[in-house]
Ligand binder design. Sequence first.
Ligand SMILES: NC(=O)c1ccc[n+]([C@@H]2O[C@H](COP(=O)([O-])OP(=O)(O)OC[C@H]3O[C@@H](n4cnc5c(N)ncnc54)[C@H](OP(=O)(O)O)[C@@H]3O)[C@@H](O)[C@H]2O)c1
Length: 262
Amino acid sequence: MTEVENKLPAETPLSPKKRAIIVGASSGIGAALAHRLADEGFLVALLARRAEMLEKLTNEINSKHGETRAINYIHDVTDYESVPELLKKIISDLGGLDTFVYNAGISVMVGLKKYDFEKDRQTFDVNLNGALAWLNPVAELFQNLKSGQIVGVSSVAGERGRVGNPSYNVSKAALTCYLEALRNRLTRYGVNVLTVKPGPVETDMIKDVDGVLFPISAEQAAGDIFNAMRKRKQEVYTSARWRWIMLVVRNIPSFIFRKMTF
Ligand SMILES: NC(=O)c1ccc[n+]([C@@H]2O[C@H](COP(=O)([O-])OP(=O)(O)OC[C@H]3O[C@@H](n4cnc5c(N)ncnc54)[C@H](OP(=O)(O)O)[C@@H]3O)[C@@H](O)[C@H]2O)c1
């Protein structure tokens, strides 16, 4: 038994423990989901770069429950080579894995009339390549186990190419498409793949953006995600009204969309 495993509460028939990894857990939606999963009895492994934020969150969760329900690992998702070993270590520490959440994401603004490959590449490295680095080995594991749940936090922003932040739109469109492909591969093995499409959520990511439409709290987003996980849905918009807003937005003809400034 590893040192970390020793600290985790043991699973018993009357107290079954689900084990989850959240990549991108230090703030916002990831942190709120960490709380929610721990509240629901999960053991959670929390990953991100900011050590202090992760430590604070871990302590909050563990003192709230009076036992170790959260452990953390400092990790930068662009350190792709480290993923297979780290995944093995976390699974060994948790004593297994039932749920994997890829939530890490950045939005690097370029400017309405500007073009910047370096910023575009950073966006892709975190939002897409980091997701592939983690989801490939997790998909293979769950395929072999014939069980498990994958949750990918994409965005409504992936549904159209817009003037404001093209590379963010593309990174999320690609992530959504990749998650669909994973679902088509893995459903036959009993693995659920949930694509999360948030509209605006009040987190650090949008703190400098003015005039966002229908923002919700990170806790509300986490609640919607958890309900969708429980029902083993394939896709969830949070809040739910964004399903209908995006139905309209997806169908705005290009000759009108080209004149829009959002
Ligand atoms: N807020 C919104 O309106 C909104 C809307 C649609 C979709 N989303 C998506 O929701 C997800 C969560 O975002 P949020 O709104 O909760 O913003 P946030 O508070 O900024 O959270 C982003 C998370 O990603 C992690 N992250 C970023 N770069 C990373 C890296 N290189 N390595 C490891 N972790 C990294 C951050 O941790 P560290 O910085 O500590 O590494 C943080 O935990 C993102 O995928 C975002 O695209 C958000």
